[in-house]
Design a protein around this ligand. Sequence first.
Ligand code: SAH
Length: 223
Amino acid sequence: MTTNDKQIVRDYFNSVGFDRWQRIYGDGEVNRVQKDIRVGHQQTVDKLLGWLKDDGNLASLTICDAGCGVGSLSLPLAAAGARVFASDISEKMTNEAKSLATDPDNPKFTVGDLAALTGEYDTVICLDVLIHYPLEEAEAMIAHLGSLAKSRLILSFAPYTPFYGGLKKIGEFFPGPSKATRAYLHPEKEIKDMMARAGFRVKRETMTSTRFYFSQMLEGLRW
Ligand code: SAH
């Protein structure tokens, strides 16, 4: 089951998912729905950069960006002076991110399942990845990512509410023929409990929603 979910996600982001998401996360022409998702995702990224910049110590941090995609977060973090270790299960997404980097050594990119990540980082970040996995798998991922984080774990997920659950917005997220993976919405309480079990209490949190994009981001600090 675990392997299967991951294979499906990896195959998706190495094929139709790559084509779709590198366009959404890029800056070329996109359709109205993709534009809306692009704007929403950028808001999440900007809020996170805002948090880290407000702290005033970004340039002294080591950061692990797990599921880095095309580098929407890793690249600005590296540009701001953080030492960034970025990885993604999709070789295509990682290669695209690498091609956009200006410094060949920072971020340092690797391809692989985040479950195989090792090392210790001041801050571990995992944005808009948990939506691809059911709750049990999310728990294992949060526990593992937490074990790599010296002081902070930041993640985002698509919150389950009767409103979002009822509206089939998610059909727009992975629409039509390119629907090669499904989206999982997670109850906020479950994710917070998982963070607590991994050793983190939530300090800052924010919800971002546009018409077709919604993502809740939590910053957990070690107790
Ligand atoms: N975090 C990035 C990309 C989000 S898209 C951002 O916010 O811009 C989700 C990404 O997660 C995809 O690039 C996908 O390949 C990656 N991903 C999915 N499952 C993963 C896993 N188990 N390990 C590492 N990366 C994964």
